[in-house]
Design a protein around this ligand. Structure first.
Ligand code: ADP
Length: 185
């Protein structure tokens, strides 16, 4: 068959914690997409030695943005965070051009050893002003409300977020680069 192999272990979309099949959910948020940071983010994960197992564009509904950030629903910045992720936060002049495109994000799933924790390290602190130089937020951002990228902060979050944004059966692909065993040994 010419079809890519589909993930078999559908019990856990975040793979097996603590093994090289561990997976995390990484989202390039609307400001990251608008600023052209997709390639830089993807390159960092690829170059680190992580494997892309799913990626797509999304313009999430308000409901999905609220569900994704449900843990933060009592925070004062929650309404503006949801607007930023879904709709309504664009400058008026931009809104008139094309509202949907403003809120496009890239969602992806990356797999590999310690990818959840390392992904967080690569992102940098939530506030870009506290993020170490060389981290994604520390290199490309200055505003906590426009910090370009999201990454799961635990195995449980990864499991929940991958399941929320992807349908595991059809969208996560299990594959191995031709030279993988040798490169990663
Ligand atoms: P992280 O994205 O690093 O996991 P949180 O889960 O605490 O951080 O917050 C989710 C997102 O909410 C942040 O990435 C940021 O976009 C936004 N956010 C967090 N704190 C603030 C704040 N004080 N003001 C505005 N936005 C915030």
């Amino acid at each position: 068959s010419t079809q890519a192999p589909i993930l078999a272990d559908s019990k856990s979309v975040a793979g097996v914690k603590g093994t090289d099949s561990e997976r995390t959910f990484i989202m390039i948020k609307p400001d990251g997409v608008q600023r052209g940071l997709i390639g830089k983010v993807v390159s960092r994960f690829e170059e680190r030695g992580y494997k892309l197992v799913a990626m797509k564009t999304v313009a999430p509904s308000k409901d999905l943005a609220e569900k994704h950030y449900a843990d933060l629903k009592n925070k004062p910045f929650f309404p503006s965070l949801v607007e930023y992720m879904s709709n309504g936060a664009a400058p008026v002049v931009v809104k008139e051009l094309s509202q949907e495109l403003i809120y496009m994000s890239i969602v992806s799933v990356w797999e590999g050893t310690d990818v959840i924790r390392q992904g967080r390290v690569m992102l940098g602190a939530t506030s870009p002003l506290d993020a170490a130089p060389g981290t994604i937020r520390g290199q490309y951002c200055v505003s906590i409300g426009r910090n370009a990228i999201h990454g799961s902060d635990s195995f449980e979050s990864a499991e929940k977020e991958i399941g929320m944004w992807f349908s595991a059966a059809g969208e996560l692909v299990s594959w191995e680069p031709a030279n993988w065993k040798w490169v990663m040994s």
